[in-house]
Design a protein around this ligand. Structure first.
Ligand code: ARG
Length: 564
């Protein structure tokens, strides 16, 4: 266990609590309570905290001085990073974040949504804190599926359907071919032949392939545009094609890959414990080889080969401290093997490799989320429905607003709800997709947080332009003010914490607690009817709350409306 200074679990005992005395006492072989008392006697918290107090087996509790808190209010109002910038002296890290990664000739489906939303949130947070971030979208634009698609394109493309809905038509071709290939070895051979021609640079096949990429990109961009997501790079799998041959040659020459049944494979080097070895599987109480293929028996390269070439390229081109891959949990073995091969190949490389994986999105029935007719749900349709449903809600609440304004608000609420529902659960859990829950104005939802923002801003509208300058001296007269201010100042702690294990849900939960704390304050403390320093302090708390919620949601890729 690591020593931590954490918010106190029970506010009655203090604001912060540490287990440091207990952990140190154990190391030193001392009585924890006695040692905690010694530490407290030596502790100098002048100006910041009141006398620390001991609790339980040796916890030390701290309570902030009121003047330290009000000074914090002043500092936060003047700080556009709201306290969450990387501390001076802490070096910026260079991060490559690989996320989204949709596949060409297929519509983006809900499975890509989590990668896209999580990856974007992580990138925004890392940048906010002051790290150097490179985002890269590893689009699936190469591979065996193109052999099949080429056959189908040449034999049964419906040009009209392609013009009307390119991805629907390409998907139709793909489905048709999957069935034909399964049934007929001749078709399978034809697909292989087309793939070989493509890989050899055949002009016609390259032309068709490029057309498929172009059509797919247009659709991807439309979705990224709606979601407000941008990438620094979109280096798809095909980009690495020129290096695949030398990648496997180098692995073979280094003795890392060897031939087995015609394929080139990486086996376990038997250096670590079996249970941690990604090249072994346990079956019937025994360990069996579970090699990773880097070149198939037919000479073709695969996903792993591409990812190895990609890793080497990123290492050289971006010199990152860390590379973060955001994909679903079913790719865990792939990444464990990939990282292990890379470590054997480049034992000196200091780069940290992280697979940030996530669970599935389920329907009400607890099975993978599907449309009524059992099809996978397309992301574009899902976003349309989110906006439509939000529009109905906004219209119900605000029938008097002009339609264009209701549409704008509905877009912000609908997309925000979808993103937030995705970022709220622990990323490794599956979650059940529920429109009613995510669009509810009550509970831990985006609309509730957006509404809290609107409520905090409403006070300033009521002042009708006569906004006093929010300068101290500030005074805290009500416990609800103190609780809110303490909560607001914790933005600085919660935002960087997301990056420790890439868990944006920590920020979601923090924002929900902030909104709840704000509503309690707002019920307990009249703002406009108060006077003098109390009024200015309360206005300052409203101002800071609105900024914390706006910025916090912004870090999750979610906007706020000014009315709702
Ligand atoms: N295209 C892949 C998929 O749809 C995701 C790519 C993830 N990134 C990577 N470097 N492998 O599953």
């Amino acid at each position: 266990m690591e020593a931590r200074l954490a918010p106190a679990a029970d506010a009655r005992f203090g604001d912060y609590q540490t287990n440091a005395a207990m952990l140190l006492a154990k190391k030193l072989g001392k009585n924890p309570r006695v040692f905690a008392a010694e530490l407290m006697a030596a502790f100098d918290g002048t100006g910041l905290v009141l006398e620390p107090e001991m609790a339980g087996p040796g916890f030390i509790n701290f309570r902030l001085r009121p003047e330290a808190l009000t000074a914090r209010l002043e500092g936060l109002l003047a700080d556009e990073k709201l306290g969450a910038a990387r501390p001076q002296g802490m070096a910026a890290r260079r991060l490559v974040i690989d996320f989204s990664g949709p596949n060409v000739a297929k519509a983006m489906h809900v499975g890509h949504i989590r990668s896209t939303i999580l990856g974007d949130a992580v990138a925004r947070i890392a940048r906010w804190v002051g790290h150097v971030v490179v985002t890269d979208n590893h689009i699936g634009d190469w591979g065996t599926q193109f052999g099949m698609l080429l056959v189908a394109w040449k034999e049964s493309l419906d040009r009209e359907a392609l013009a009307a809905d390119p991805l629907a038509e390409m998907e139709r071709l793909y489905k048709e071919m999957t069935a034909r290939c399964a049934a007929d070895p001749v078709v399978r051979e034809a697909a292989k032949a087309e793939l070989v021609k493509l890989q050899a640079g055949d002009v016609e096949n390259l032309g068709i392939w490029k057309e498929m990429i172009r059509l797919s990109q247009t659709q991807f961009q439309a979705i990224y545009g709606r979601l407000g997501i941008e990438f620094d790079h979109m280096l798809g799998e095909s980009f690495y094609n020129p290096w695949l041959g030398e990648t496997v040659d180098a692995l073979a020459a280094a003795g890392i890959a060897r031939e087995s049944e015609g394929a080139l494979c990486v086996f376990s080097d038997r250096t670590g414990p079996e249970k941690d070895d990604p090249f072994l599987v346990s079956r019937d109480g025994q360990w069996h080889d579970n090699p990773s293929l880097v070149r198939k028996a037919d000479g073709g390269f695969n996903y792993t080969t591409t990812d190895l070439a990609t890793l080497v390229y990123r290492q050289r081109e971006f010199t990152p401290d860390q590379i973060v891959y955001v994909t679903d949990g079913r790719q865990q073995l792939h990444f464990r093997q990939l990282f292990a091969i890379f470590r054997r190949w480049y034992p000196e490389a200091g780069v940290q490799l992280s697979h940030v994986w996530f669970g599935a999105i389920l329907g009400d029935d607890g099975r993978p989320f599907k449309t009524r007719s059992g099809e996978t749900v397309k992301l574009a349709d899902l976003l349309d429905e989110a906006e439509e449903r939000a529009f109905a809600l906004v219209t119900e609440k605000n029938p008097g607003l002009p339609e264009s304004e209701r549409r704008d608000i509905a877009r912000i609420i609908g997309l925000g709800a979808v993103k937030y529902a995705d970022l709220l659960p622990n990323r490794q859990s599956d979650y059940i997709f529920s429109w009613d829950k995510m669009l509810s104005f009550q509970g831990n939802t985006a609309p509730y947080l957006q509404y809290s923002y609107v409520r905090a801003r409403s006070i300033f509208r009521k002042l009708e332009g006569e906004i006093p300058s929010l300068q101290g001296p500030f005074v805290l007269t009500d416990p609800a003010e103190r609780a809110l201010l303490l909560q607001l100042s914790r933005f600085a702690e919660e935002v960087p914490r997301v990056l420790e294990d890439f868990r944006p849900n920590l920020l979601s939960n923090y924002l929900f607690e902030t909104a709840t704390s704000f509503h309690s304050f707002f019920e307990a403390c009249p703002v406009l009817r108060s006077e003098g320093e109390a009024k200015i302090t309360r206005l300052a708390l409203c101002e800071l709350t609105s900024r914390v919620i706006q910025q916090g949601l912004g870090l999750l890729g979610i906007n706020v409306p000014e009315k709702m």
